[in-house]
Unconditional design. Structure first.
Length: 115
């Protein structure tokens, strides 16, 4: 599975961005797709995830502000981010879990939120 992330950019605090993760290859092996982020000097962390059936999971800091969704026809997962804060600044990565195979990772997309 190949993943292509896009949609990052520079936005002011309080603004919105929508990230996209387009997948290609064998979709049937994917058990969940998630968005992770890594801020400078910090570990990579899970922000939100969605299963093929549509079940979602959010990190506490993302609840109420971010929404993860999927368009199965386009093999694309989105992360709608509203009310962005400077602490949301990070490189965002999409990830596909494919047990028992290794995870697939897309290239990161940088999100910068100015105060």
């Amino acid at each position: 599975v190949q993943l292509q992330a896009s949609g990052g950019g520079l936005v002011q605090a309080g603004g919105s961005l929508r990230l996209s993760c387009a997948a290609s290859g064998s979709m049937s092996s994917i058990s969940a797709v998630g968005w992770y982020r890594q801020a400078p000097g910090k570990q990579r962390e899970l922000v939100a995830a969605i299963t093929p059936g549509g079940s979602t999971h959010y990190q506490d800091s993302a609840k109420g502000r971010f929404t993860i969704s999927r368009d199965n026809a386009k093999n694309t997962v989105y992360l709608q981010m509203n009310s962005l804060k400077p602490e949301d600044t990070a490189v965002y990565y999409c990830n596909a879990k494919r047990p028992p195979l290794s995870d697939s990772w897309g290239r990161g997309t940088l999100v910068t939120v100015s105060s």
